[in-house]
Every structure is written in structure tokens, then in C-alpha cells.
Design a protein around this ligand. Sequence first.
Ligand SMILES: Cc1cc2nc3c(=O)[nH]c(=O)nc-3n(C[C@H](O)[C@H](O)[C@H](O)COP(=O)(O)OP(=O)(O)OC[C@H]3O[C@@H](n4cnc5c(N)ncnc54)[C@H](O)[C@@H]3O)c2cc1C
Ligand code: FES
Length: 258
Amino acid sequence: MPACSSGIVRSNKKVGPDLWEMEFTAPDLAREANPGQFAHIRLGENQDPLLRRPLSLYDVDGDLITLFYKVVGRGTEILSRYSNGQPLDIMGPLGKGFTLVQDRKVLLVGGGVGIAPLLFLGRELMARNNQVIVLHGAGSGEETCLESRFTGLGMDYRTATMDGSLGFKGLVTDLMVNMDPGSIDYIYTCGPEPMMAAVADFAARNRLPGELSLEEYMACGVGACLGCARKLKADDRSYIKVCHDGPVFPLDSVNIAP
Ligand SMILES: Cc1cc2nc3c(=O)[nH]c(=O)nc-3n(C[C@H](O)[C@H](O)[C@H](O)COP(=O)(O)OP(=O)(O)OC[C@H]3O[C@@H](n4cnc5c(N)ncnc54)[C@H](O)[C@@H]3O)c2cc1C
Ligand code: FES
């Protein structure tokens, strides 16, 4: 059974347009956490909003956990108003995380806030003697406020922006297809499904193994309500629960529409 932890907020700051970073301490959660898992957070008071909101573990360093989130609605707007010293009601770590390879050349591809689970992943991959290249796609340079977090851990971080204000101009997957597939052993990705479909296609064409993390609407977060049930491939006979069976799945196990 997942732990219910009480975190204590240490900082919560705006780092880009509608983009926030929150740091909190939660020793039990930090000790158990693996990259790709998520925290299910109760926001507000008197169970309003009723449902917890899932957020990836952006980074875990000792007892300190960082979230990277975009304010898109009521729950994340409430989260952005949390301040230092305030308790945070968290369930987690939840879900199945990424497989951690060793001594490999690894590519991480993140789109928008889909970059969130890839920093903690990169940290753990660097500790396992991997060479890590990160490709981050965003609308504009203002949304790629994370460079030092990745480069500070020794990762090669490259950006693609749609308006060309930073890095490569265009889709992050166009940046990816310009890479030599022979220089990659394993791919991890998280972001919009059309982006992950292009990553899966690149991996399949070049016979590269990898994993993706799905973002699905969630309610209970622990496999009890079917709120996140979906098929992985259109002709599958059975449904999986993203919160419990994932959110991480092998790249070739999911048939996502481009
Ligand atoms: C495993 C997992 C990890 C996640 N990690 C992060 C993260 O690290 N950072 C981050 O910013 N977001 C992350 N998300 C998405 C985040 O959970 C939602 O943005 C959040 O729950 C929205 O809550 P809200 O009350 O602010 O918005 P709501 O009022 O609930 O919704 C506002 C808008 O966001 C859309 N939306 C809400 N939830 C989702 C969802 N799960 N998928 C797609 N669209 C959605 C709604 O359709 C609506 O248009 C993650 C989701 C999952 C399932
Ligand atoms: S959210 Fe309830 S089963 Fe996944």
C-alpha cells in the first residue's frame, strides 16, 4: 500500500509563464521514490477539489523533492498559492517507474511539462555511468527554464522551440531525427502523445528499445476506480490502468495515434 506522507513546503516559485517549481521535504516518500513514479496530492480544504492531482517527481535529492508544474486549472492554481512551511498532503510514490539502464548512451525526449519525470531519471542514469542527452521541446525559450538543472548534473541538454527563440527552431522530434541513431542505445520519453508517437516511430525504425510515460486523467491513483483505464493498442482486448500498471510502458507496447 502506498504511503500517505505529509510534506513540508520549502519553496514554491514561478519559473516561467504559468510554470512553477515547488520544493518540499518528505523523507518517507523520498526514500521510496523511483524515477517515473508520481505523487498524488490533495489540494485545498474540505475535500474541494475532491480528487487528488497527480504530479511527477521532478527531482529527488536526499529528503528534498521538487515538482515542476504548469498551472492549467483549479488544482494547480491552488498549488501555486502554497508557501514555505505549509504542510502538503501527498500519497506516494505511486505507479511503476522507468527501468534504469547502465553504461549506455541514452536519449531523453520531453515535450512541454512532459520533461518533468526526466530530470530525476537523468540524475539516476548519470549515477549509473550512462551518457545522457536530453532533448526538450517547448513553444518558446521562456518555457525552457530548466537548463542548469540538467547541465548541473552533467547531462547534455538541447532545446527545440517552435518560435525559434531558443535552440533548434521546430519540433523536438525534428531535432531528434537529425541525430545519428547509432549513437543511441536507449530512449525515454514523456510529453504530448503525438510527440511520443514520433519518438516511438523513430525507435522502431532504428530498432532502439525504450520507454514512455503516459499522462491520463486520474482519480484514485491506486488502481481501484478504473478512472485511468485505457487500451495500450487499439486491438487489445483488455484495458490497463495507467496509475497502477504504468505510467511507464515499453515504447513498443503502446500504439499511440500520431
Ligand atoms: C502520472 C502523471 C504525472 C503528471 N505529472 C505532471 C507534472 O509533473 N507537471 C504538470 O504540470 N502536470 C503533470 N501532470 C498533469 C497534471 O496532473 C494535470 O495538469 C493536473 O491534474 C490538472 O489539475 P487542475 O485542477 O489544475 O486542472 P483541471 O481543472 O483538472 O484541468 C484543467 C485542464 O487540464 C486538462 N487536464 C487535466 N488533467 C489532465 C491530464 N492528466 N492529462 C491531460 N490533460 C489534463 C483538462 O482537460 C483541462 O483542460 C501529470 C499527470 C499524470 C497522469
Ligand atoms: S485512477 Fe483509479 S484506477 Fe487509475
